[in-house]
Design a protein around this ligand. Structure first.
Ligand code: NAG
Length: 377
């Protein structure tokens, strides 16, 4: 019986790897291992650089989209003094899938969820460390050039938060390298769910309740790629009537002109319908604790003391992401009421006048300028 199960498993996993290859065949992957059993696939704009003090931006994609969303940044990176690295997270082939044993803690309450994210934060740090060791990249300089900027996007911000929350997992040798290189984490369009906040009543979450997952994925893509007109994205007012949560403008959405085949290079339905669903519906308790550890714990911050954190959102991004940044900005000023923590890191918020959730796809040059502005804020 066990042998039959193994044969069946091998059969399906070989089909799976064939599919994985065909889906991602248009992208040119590099690989780094963070353990004997985990290999990360990543895109890399490479070491041919105009500036010897270039900064390496390492992107961590969101839900249902893979590193392919960043492809428009690669050819222009060195014009802007950047090297662009975009990894595929676990469960996004050709990066190693999460095993049943790795996923098991997600059904074991808050302690399990924290343990799951401690592992994800650890492997992200190990990826950065492996990248530093493999490539002769410039170290961080006091003017914030060189080094590494880790850029989380959307649901990917859960993973960049997990990295910041668990620096005590690394050996002193690894920490010394991370501290020499990683000077900033940019959190691009983080949502409330990624920070342990609840949604406001204005935000229509019905797409997340669509039981047909193919349909849900299509509704999700349509929502995420639209342009939203906000009257006022000024956080001082915090007036939810002035931001648009649900209805995009009539402007054709980002990616709307792509053929199904082109779209398949950037998206991943299996991941969206698989483990990511669990993360989208995670309760706020563990996420609040991850945020407390990531930003508002002086002892943990002193383990990675050089890393600043910048929240950034585009001016025509979905209203919920504007809203989440308002809340975060209030918490950064006074973290105790929500997170029970203290100010521990240099945290700032920046906003673009334009740019939807896919600014890096529509306006890659503007996106790199805006990331630079966020890094220097
Ligand atoms: C919030 O914005 C709406 C729409 O612009 C406006 O009518 C309302 O007076 C504002 N509320 C507050 C408290 O400023």
């Amino acid at each position: 019986m066990a042998r039959l199960a193994l044969v069946v498993l091998l059969f399906f996993s070989s089909i799976y790897s064939v599919l994985a290859q065909s889906v991602t065949a248009g992208l040119s992957w590099n690989y780094l291992s963070t353990s004997n059993s985990v290999k990360f696939a990543y895109l890399d704009s490479g070491s041919r650089q105009k500036s010897s003090t270039y900064t390496t931006l390492v992107f961590v994609h969101g839900d249902g989209f893979n590193a392919g969303v960043y492809t428009n940044l690669l050819p222009i990176a060195s014009d802007y003094g950047f090297r662009i690295v975009a990894l595929n997270r676990r469960d996004y082939p050709p990066t190693t899938a999460l095993s049943a044993a790795e996923l098991a803690p997600l059904s074991q309450g808050v302690a399990g969820e924290l343990a799951f994210f401690r592992e994800r934060g650890k492997e992200l740090g190990l990826f950065l460390d492996a990248f530093i060791q493999k490539n002769n990249i410039p170290a961080a300089r006091s003017d914030r050039t060189g080094g590494i900027v880790l850029v989380g996007w959307s649901l990917g911000c859960m993973f960049t938060h997990a990295f910041l929350a668990n620096p005590d997992v690394f050996t002193s040798t690894i920490l010394a390298r991370l501290n020499k290189y990683v000077h900033t984490v940019v959190q691009h369009d983080a949502g409330p769910a990624q920070m342990g906040f609840s949604n406001p009543p204005e935000y229509d979450i019905s797409l997340w309740l669509e039981p047909d997952l193919k349909k849900r994925f299509s509704l999700f893509r349509d929502w995420a790629t639209g342009y939203y007109r906000h009257q006022n994205a000024n956080p001082v007012t915090g007036n939810t009537s002035t931001i648009e949560f649900n209805t995009p403008t009539s402007q054709p959405h980002t990616l709307s002109k792509l053929s199904p085949q082109q779209l398949s290079l950037l998206t991943d339905f299996n991941a969206f319908a698989g483990s990511e669903t669990t993360l989208v519906f995670m309760g706020p308790d563990s996420l609040k604790e991850i945020m407390r550890r990531a930003l508002f714990d002086p002892a943990l911050a002193s383990v990675l003391p050089n890393t600043r954190v910048r929240y950034y959102h585009g001016g025509t991004t979905p209203g919920i992401l504007v809203y989440a940044t308002w809340l975060l900005e209030d918490c950064a000023a006074d973290p105790f009421p929500v997170y029970g923590g203290k100010k521990a890191r240099d945290v700032q918020v920046t906003r673009s006048p334009s740019g939807n959730h896919f600014i890096f796809y529509d306006q890659p040059g503007t996106a790199l300028e805006e990331f630079r502005r966020a890094i220097n804020a």
